[in-house]
Design a protein around this ligand. Structure first.
Ligand code: CA
Length: 473
């Protein structure tokens, strides 16, 4: 009898924030093809990552574990490819499995993709134009340059594999776009978009970082100010004030970012069209997400890493006609470590005990289990590296966010060994959705602080992580 389990297509872009998708109410762009997924399925409004940086989030998604468990805490900690991952389990259960695009978990022996019938991945971050790919082969793979634009090439590889697939067995396909990761290089088809337009500025473009812990002001990721030639594709005018630099840098940056996103949107359209033409739409779970969020000039920044909303939040839309009503929305707290549990669940494969997330299949049917999580635990480990963002951990509930900047490398690979006095931040997300006012020392929150601190330590212990030595009750 034919295997009637669903196909799974997991499309993940790199650094695509939800507020640059029209299905999430973007004020700055339209994404008609991504909207097809949301309109035909479900949009998740409270999906978050557990560590807002590329490599660790990818490891969390594959293994269903937090980064202190899978040991992929920073960009300099490639994943051990012997770890249990959901593609391996699906492959063992009879699925065809493949991955095309960005891997970023290491490509040498011990780190190249495993658990896939086919794979072709970019080395490291990969290039936008005429990129090298590493193709599956003996000794970890063979490197070859392909001519063309990276988003199109990844989509071509995907469609070629789909065309050649075994039509008697379900498949799990991971399509990992390099775009819209820095340095935001659009292709010819999209480079003329927005030419004579002014893109609306975010509310917090001119944030002065007052009323926050010192980490915000210390961060070196201000648009215009901390960008270089690769980012803005021209010389930066000398003599501009910081205010002028941010205003100018934002337009240069965001236009290229949105052009690159438009390329992804087109390529997702090609893939959805193929599914329609092949009669696969009904039997396929299609997911679109990004490995984390991104600052789109919010707080005057580009990049991610912080536990602030724009960086913490992942877009997550999915379409699965067998189980999901079209046009539905869910606001439960869902995490990247939950993804593999959902995929195993719909594929009728038991999840191993070691996975720390939880399947959210009930949510697909519009039901929230009574004991579903009300808070999440987050940790950013890569102290100071690249953008001078201090290491921190914290807890977020629907209403509040408590962040502890312990500001110490703790010997993590790639982190910079220079520590500072720890600081706390508390935000009331209902009264202060842009996180501009740290109310940690406000007497009005005198009861909230100890309750959230206890919750933070409880969640940290629940996932088996270790409290910083100076963080005491
Ligand atoms: Ca990323």
């Amino acid at each position: 009898m034919a295997d009637s389990r669903p196909n799974i297509i997991f499309i993940m872009s790199d650094d695509h924030a939800a507020h640059a998708m029209s299905c999430y109410g973007s004020r700055i762009n339209r994404t008609p093809n991504l909207d097809r997924i949301a309109e035909g399925g479900m949009r998740f409004d409270n999906c978050f990552c557990t560590n807002s940086i590329c490599t660790p989030s990818r490891a969390a998604i594959l293994t269903g574990t937090y980064n202190h468990v899978n040991e992929v805490t920073t960009l300099a900690t490639p994943m051990d490819n012997r770890l249990t991952t959901y593609p391996k389990l699906l492959q063992q259960s009879g699925y065809q499995t493949a991955i095309f695009g960005k891997w970023h978990l290491g490509t040498g022996p011990g780190h190249c993709p495993t658990g896939f019938d086919a794979w072709s991945v970019l080395p490291g971050q990969g290039l936008y134009h005429n990129p090298d790919f590493i193709f599956a082969g003996p000794g970890g793979g063979r490197r070859r340059t392909l001519q063309g634009y990276v988003t199109d090439l990844i989509t071509d590889l995907t469609l070629e594999w789909l065309e050649a697939r075994d039509r008697e067995r379900p498949f799990c396909l991971m399509v990992h776009h390099k775009a819209p990761h820095r340095p935001w290089e659009p292709d010819e088809a999209h480079q003329h978009l927005y030419l004579n337009e002014q893109i609306p500025e975010p509310e917090t473009l001119f944030d002065d970082y007052s009323d926050r812990a010192s980490a915000a002001e210390a961060a070196e990721m201000r648009v215009g100010v901390h960008m270089d030639f690769r980012d803005v594709k021209c010389e930066i005018s000398p003599g501009l004030s910081e205010h002028e630099l941010r205003r100018w840098g934002y337009q240069r940056y965001i236009k290229d970012y949105l052009r690159v996103v438009a390329g992804i949107d087109d390529s997702v359209g090609r893939l959805l069209d193929y599914l329609e033409a092949e009669g696969l739409t009904e039997d396929t779970l299609v997911i679109y997400t990004s490995d984390q969020g991104f600052f789109l000039g919010d707080h005057g920044w580009y990049d991610k890493r912080f536990m602030y909303e724009e960086s913490l939040r992942m877009p997550l839309i999915l379409r699965y006609p067998r189980e999901v009503a079209s046009g539905s929305i869910n606001d439960d707290i869902v995490l990247n470590v939950d993804f593999p549990l959902l995929f195993l669940d719909v594929a009728e494969v038991d999840a191993p005990d070691g996975m720390q997330g939880r399947s959210f299949r009930s949510q697909l049917h519009g039901e929230t289990p009574a004991d579903w999580r009300q808070a999440l635990y987050y940790r950013y480990w890569m102290h100071k590296a690249h953008h001078n963002v201090y290491a921190h951990y914290g807890v977020r509930t629907k209403r509040h966010k408590l962040i502890y900047y312990y500001a110490d490398a703790l010997g993590q690979a790639g982190a910079i060994d220079e520590s500072y006095t720890p600081e706390w931040e508390l935000f009331d997300l209902e009264r202060d959705p842009y996180e501009l006012h740290n109310v940690y020392s406000d007497p009005a929150y005198a009861d909230t602080v100890p309750a959230l601190t206890e919750l933070l330590h409880q969640l940290q212990a629940d996932v088996g992580d270790t409290r910083y030595a100076l963080d005491v009750d």
